[in-house]
Design a protein around this ligand. Sequence first.
Ligand code: CMP
Length: 137
Amino acid sequence: MERTLSIIKPDAVAKGVIGKILDRFESNGLKIVATRKMQLSRTNAEAFYAVHAERPFFGDLVDFMISGPVVVTVLEGKNAMQINRDLMGATNPKEAEVGTIRADFAENIDANAVHGSDSVENAAIEIAFFFSERDIS
Ligand code: CMP
């Protein structure tokens, strides 16, 4: 069993597609073992995306991630990290395969509907950023 972190971003929350996105996970064999809707602070968003701090898009990314509430979710299942990435599609929705979450719900590379951990190692770090073990069941 593997775990990964998903964030439904402010654009998708504002569009009212939380349920549709969570359904994609459950319909594809991933179990929702923890979930929370929350408003990120600037400090939260800067810390979560610290790995991108030197990238030119960092400021816009942080501004966008605090522009409204997000839904953070821990997904569990065999190959959960890769399955979630396949369900999301490419980072840029214009390059995302038909039928993926980003192709169906995202507008552009900033407002791209979802974030998903990009490795099992990063998944453990990202899950611990939002949840303690007692939140996960
Ligand atoms: P996410 O998976 O949340 O990880 C970092 C985010 O930065 C990414 O999704 C995009 O929404 C955003 N971003 C903006 N521009 C770029 C870019 N050129 N390359 C990668 N990510 C970008």
